[in-house]
Write a new protein. Structure first.
Length: 306
């Protein structure tokens, strides 16, 4: 979800799902590598707007001093929840001994969580991890480490680091985590439809369910609302506009971010069999095609500078 679930996308999703359907969200992970992050950086990650559903700030790192300092500043910034990422499988995370690299060492995970919990004060701290590094043999030990460190909730992605984002998922691993700890477990992995939320809870006993890539395909998955082609096109065009208005992207860069969503998009039957053709279009042409498919005028997207 890195590079996608920044404030513009996240706010569009939160606007379209009531808090009773979408209980909360998290930022993309914020690396804590060589310095304590400034309050302004943390507030930028959270975005300016606030919603009834809380938005937690997710950190990734392994340096205890830097994590503690950043957690303390996050508390000062008014962060409602702090989450620690022990799941990212990227080479960068592995090189810095962060993310899923720590899945080999439950004791270190416990230390990191306790350090952040102590520094965060009254702010609850949660942990997100995969089922293991190369295999799931340490799953229960990892879950218990999160609990012993003081995590208020454990989110378990049921694939291992080695499995990446393979198609097959094993929800039994989530059930094993539920049986191993007393804190709430949030299941993650293999959610494709709204019905999967309840099915995962029923089959695993987890208290909550997290959707990641499924929300990129259909931002309305949480409320199970079937939207029109026009509403689906509006979301994509609005996402592009907000990225430009945010000041971090020009129109070409924003359209490239929209193209990332088109890879997954299913909402409103907007893309359908045209996905391959759309992904081959240049940014300006893609945005115009989205507008036409949703019966919008092309003037809704200013493509003159693309």
């Amino acid at each position: 979800m890195e590079g996608v679930t920044e404030p513009c996308f996240r706010e569009l999703v939160l606007e379209r799902n009531a808090p009773e359907s979408l209980g909360g969200a998290f930022t993309e992970f914020i690396p804590v590598v060589d310095h304590v992050l400034k309050i302004g950086r943390l507030r930028d990650a959270l975005g300016e707007r606030r919603f009834p559903a809380p938005v937690g700030l997710q950190l990734i790192g392994s340096n205890l001093e830097l994590l503690a300092g950043t957690a303390a500043r996050a508390a000062q910034a008014g962060v409602p929840v702090l989450d620690i990422n022990f799941g990212c499988p990227t080479k960068g995370a592995l090189r810095s001994c962060a993310g899923s690299a720590l899945l080999k060492d439950p004791a270190q995970i416990e230390i990191i969580i306790k350090t952040v919990v102590d520094a965060a004060g009254a702010v609850p701290v949660t942990a997100k991890m995969r089922a293991g590094f190369d295999d799931d043999l340490l799953l229960e030990s990892l879950a218990r480490a999160a609990e012993a460190g003081g995590a208020s909730m454990l989110t378990l992605h049921c694939r291992t680091r080695a499995e990446g984002y393979c198609e097959n998922v094993d929800w039994l691993r989530i059930a094993r985590a539920v049986a191993a700890v007393r804190i709430p477990v949030c299941g993650n992995g293999g959610v494709e439809t709204h019905g999967d939320f309840e099915r995962m809870r029923r089959e695993t006993g987890c208290a909550y369910v997290m959707a990641g890539r499924a929300a990129l395909a259909d931002p309305w998955i949480f409320s199970n609302r079937i939207v029109s082609r026009k509403e689906a096109a509006e979301f994509l065009l609005e996402y592009g506009r907000r990225l430009v208005e945010n000041g971090k992207f020009n129109e070409k860069g924003a359209a490239a971010r929209v193209k990332q969503l088109v890879h997954f998009w299913t909402a409103g039957a907007l893309v359908g069999d045209a996905r391959g053709d759309w992904l081959r279009l240049e940014p300006a042409a893609l945005m115009r095609e989205i507008g036409r498919a949703g019966t919008y005028s092309s003037t809704l997207w200013n493509a003159q500078n693309l």
